[in-house]
Design a protein around this ligand. Structure first.
Ligand SMILES: [Zn+2]
Length: 383
């Protein structure tokens, strides 16, 4: 269980946390355009007495809470961006204990839990009680409301943090998704836009010419014949196709979005080779085809197994102490991909109960936010 001072703080600030969730939940934050949310989080942290908070070039809000000469640096994150492109306020509604809003769980709820821990820490520093809350033998602490976790954000925020602090980071933890799951293995992925072009023409007068849609369909069926490796988990998907001009036009252009993923680096490399072979085959058949890399998430590099197990053990203990249930562990595509690819022990823990992530019907149980705060406090402060 949490120590009494933290438990009391969480109880006394329960309403404030809910209100913060409602406020931030409404602020639009599409990946690569987190400006409004970043400005709010930065200002809020400063109002809580946090010192040294900045917004970096990648739109991360960075709070260097504790700096220590030796003993490394622990990074704690929650991402600000949502998958929805909205530029206006996001629609938030409530019904009993349920709060509905696109992005409310993933990752606004986790972000609020992180901010509440930042507030607790900032206050302890101000009141000269840091030693009590976070003893001096522990590593430095860097708290980040990060940008660019979702889709085409391509992990921009965490890349920036690792670029800047990489070799100092001794452990990395991001709070993302639900309380019952921990991610301790990185699923890597590659994402492409693939475009096919032809001369096109009139559907009746020029019948017989190549049609870009038909050629793209041919490429799709080749991609779907790639056998996935049996070890680990490897997947692929065509997620969107677009093209053509009208019903009586031989399509001049068509494109699709394609991705493949794997939890093993060798399988990701294999998929890349297979993908290249399909594109080559299409070109050899005379198809004018272009590929554009949209996103690249690396798999795990070599991480010291003992240090990784220690960090995972802390996360399991935190969730178990708070919820009474042992969380599932597994692989996922999260901000951990970047530190893990660099060999830094990393874990992703969740902070809420809810559902519908990445849909406009997303919801959370508001009361679960308190448990989310407890998990964050436990993970950061209790050893
Ligand atoms: Zn997320």
């Amino acid at each position: 269980m949490l120590n009494e001072s933290m438990e009391q703080f969480i109880r006394e600030h329960k309403e404030e946390a809910f209100e913060l969730l409602r406020t931030i939940g409404r602020i639009p934050a599409p990946s690569n355009h987190e400006e409004k949310r970043a400005a709010f989080c930065c200002q809020w942290l400063k109002e809580q007495g946090a010192e040294g908070v900045i917004i970096d070039e990648a739109l991360n809000v960075v709070y260097p809470a504790v700096t220590r000469e030796t003993a490394g640096l622990e990074v704690y994150m929650a991402h600000m961006d949502v998958v929805f492109p909205d530029k206006e306020d996001l629609p938030l509604t409530e019904n009993g204990d349920f709060i509905f809003c696109p992005g409310i769980g993933d990752d606004t709820a986790c972000l609020v839990c992180l901010l509440m821990a930042a507030k607790y820490l900032a206050r302890a520093i101000k009141e000269d009680r840091l030693e009590e809350v976070y003893p001096s033998h522990l590593p430095g602490l860097l708290l980040v409301c990060n940008s660019g976790e979702e889709g085409l954000g391509n992990l921009k925020g965490v890349r920036k943090i690792c670029e800047k602090y990489g070799n100092q980071i001794s452990a990395f933890c991001t709070f993302d998704s639900q309380l019952d799951k921990l991610v301790d293995q990185a699923v890597g992925s590659e994402r492409f836009r693939i475009t096919v072009r032809t001369q096109g023409g009139h559907s009746f007068n020029d019948f017989g010419r190549d049609n870009a849609i038909e050629k793209l369909a041919e490429v799709i069926s080749l991609l779907y014949r790639i056998p996935v490796p049996e070890n680990g988990r490897t997947t692929f998907n065509v997620g969107q196709i677009q093209g053509g001009t009208s019903v009586n036009t031989i399509a001049q252009e068509a494109h699709m979005l394609y991705e493949f993923r794997s939890d093993r680096k060798e399988n990701l490399d294999y998929m890349h080779k297979q993908f290249d072979a399909v594109i080559e085959e299409a070109r050899a058949a005379g198809i004018e085809i272009q590929t554009e890399l949209l996103g690249l998430r690396p798999c795990s590099g070599k991480i010291d197994p003992g240090r990784q197990a220690e960090l995972l053990g802390r996360a399991v203990a935190a969730v178990e102490a708070v919820t009474g249930m042992r969380p599932r562990t597994g692989s996922g595509s999260t901000d951990c991909n970047i530190p893990m690819s660099l060999g830094i022990p990393s874990v992703c823990a969740g902070c809420y109960r809810g559902g519908g992530a990445h849909t406009r019907e997303e919801f959370i149980e508001a009361s679960s936010l308190t448990d989310g705060c407890r998990v964050v406090f436990h993970m950061m402060f209790q050893r």
